[in-house]
Design a protein around this ligand. Sequence first.
Ligand SMILES: [Zn+2]
Ligand SMILES: [Zn+2]
Length: 200
Amino acid sequence: MSEEPNNSKDWEITEVLGNLKCSSTRCEDDLHCFLRNMRLKVNRGKSYRSLNCIECGKNLIDWNRIDMHNLKDKEYFIKCLNKEAWRYAVWNLKIPLYMEKKAAKLTIDEMRSKVIKILSNKINKKRSEIFRDSTQTPKGKDIIYLAQHATGTCCRRCIEEWYGINKEEIMNEEQINFLTEIIMTYINEKVTLKNQPKED
Ligand SMILES: [Zn+2]
Ligand SMILES: [Zn+2]
């Protein structure tokens, strides 16, 4: 008997998130969006990263500091991710029990290897070679997928936005490791892994 939850689990997440998507803004609540809309002609050829909020135009992120990819400064990075309406919602989501239980079966090392595998198999390709980039990461099923949405590692578009890595560039080991540690930060904050005492 397989315990693998199916796609229908997605509703548990999408229902809570309502009609929020990665391009949503709630600037009046200080929740913005820095993902450029490439369907607009004026944006053609530009990076997915918009230095200012696409809605209110405010400049709220120190992008040079973000682009250092310094794990010692990850608190600042996570604070910035939480200025985006969509990611804020995912950071503050209550994790469904099935997902907690599934995560509790893995040690931190096993979880990390799984993250690296997903990044290598589904994300680390040129955007033009991915079948419908931005749809490859579900929301339900696994804490890793949620972590990817929370940390901007769900697709090449969001990686270009938050990590400043060109969507057509194959990421090196250092970059993959950085993305992995940011994902692990979300996972460690949201669930308790096997043999892992929950930190305060
Ligand atoms: Zn805004
Ligand atoms: Zn994405």
